[in-house]
Ligand binder design. Structure first.
Ligand code: ATP
Ligand code: MG
Length: 256
């Protein structure tokens, strides 16, 4: 299978702290891959380095077989390459409606500027219709089509997480990065989320997720990478990782 992502020797230093220390990982097309590890292990920093929020201190990132230019590594260019993400702390336009949130996010894919959509410039109407339709279809897929005119801030927490995923999907990604998508969700919402992530993968989108819900990680992942103190400590299929002593130790006896 083709490799979508190959990270080697990824290092990120913040002043005196080595947040990532020569991290390696690889993701094949069509996989669901999880990144786990205790709080502060460096998981979100991996996402931030992949998406250009941070410039790595060292290492290589190959995406679709080519090295990313880490000197010009900024979020909007990364998004254009087909890498979309959600954030551990939800980031939505809280005063916009659900569908507006998705529509502005699709600006990237539609070659329409964010401002075009916001300011209703010439030609907006026609584009708006197609953008509206596609955004609505996406919300149907995600399970929020009955709330398109609700303000994002009025959605329940689990729904806001789903809206974030819809916004990421609106950019038509190749690779979707989800940072703790199940955080704050109840058991039913988490079960729905697992189905949703599988459906996303079935659309041909490769999924890379950070998650603390071990039941979810073990049931959904093709492979799991484990970080502790910024270093790789284990990787493999869920059944291997679950019984790895270093992993069990890292979680201080927490049942994995
Ligand atoms: N911008 C920053 N400046 C300084 N230190 C940072 C910065 N971002 C992250 N860190 C540090 O890097 C380490 C890794 O943080 P990171 O957020 O990647 O952890 P995490 O594995 O995502 O943890 P959690 O499970 O709590 O979300 C932590 O010690 C954190 O304090
Ligand atoms: Mg994190």
């Amino acid at each position: 299978m083709a490799k979508i992502l190959e990270v080697s020797g990824l290092t990120k230093r913040f002043a005196g702290l080595v947040a990532l220390d020569k991290v390696n990982l690889d993701i094949e097309k069509g996989e669901i891959i999880s990144l786990i590890g205790p709080n502060g292990a460096g998981k979100t920093t991996v996402f931030n380095c992949l998406t250009g929020v941070y410039k790595p201190t060292g290492g290589l990132i190959n995406y679709l077989g080519k090295p990313l230019d880490l000197k010009h590594h900024v979020p909007h260019l990364v998004a254009k390459l087909g890498i979309a993400r959600t954030f551990q702390n939800i980031r939505l336009f809280s005063n916009m409606t659900v569908i507006e949130n998705v529509m502005v996010s699709s600006a990237l894919r539609e070659k329409t500027s964010f401002l075009d959509i916001i300011l209703h410039v010439k030609g907006f109407k026609i584009r708006e219709d197609s953008i509206f339709r596609k955004s609505f279809e996406l919300l149907q897929f995600i399970g929020l089509s009955d709330k398109i005119y609700h303000l994002a801030s009025n959605l329940a927490y689990g729904e806001q997480r789903k809206l974030e995923i819809a916004r990421a999907l609106a950019t038509a990604p190749v690779l979707l990065l989800l940072d703790e998508p199940a955080a704050g969700m109840n058991a039913i919402e988490t079960k729905d989320l697992i189905t949703l992530i599988r459906n996303i993968r079935d659309k041909g989108i490769t999924v890379f997720l950070i998650e603390h819900d071990m039941k979810m990680v073990m049931s959904i992942s093709d492979r799991v990478f484990v970080l502790n103190y910024g270093k790789n400590i284990a990787s493999g299929v869920p059944s291997q990782v679950q019984k790895n002593e270093l992993v069990i130790e890292a979680y201080l006896g927490e049942k994995v």
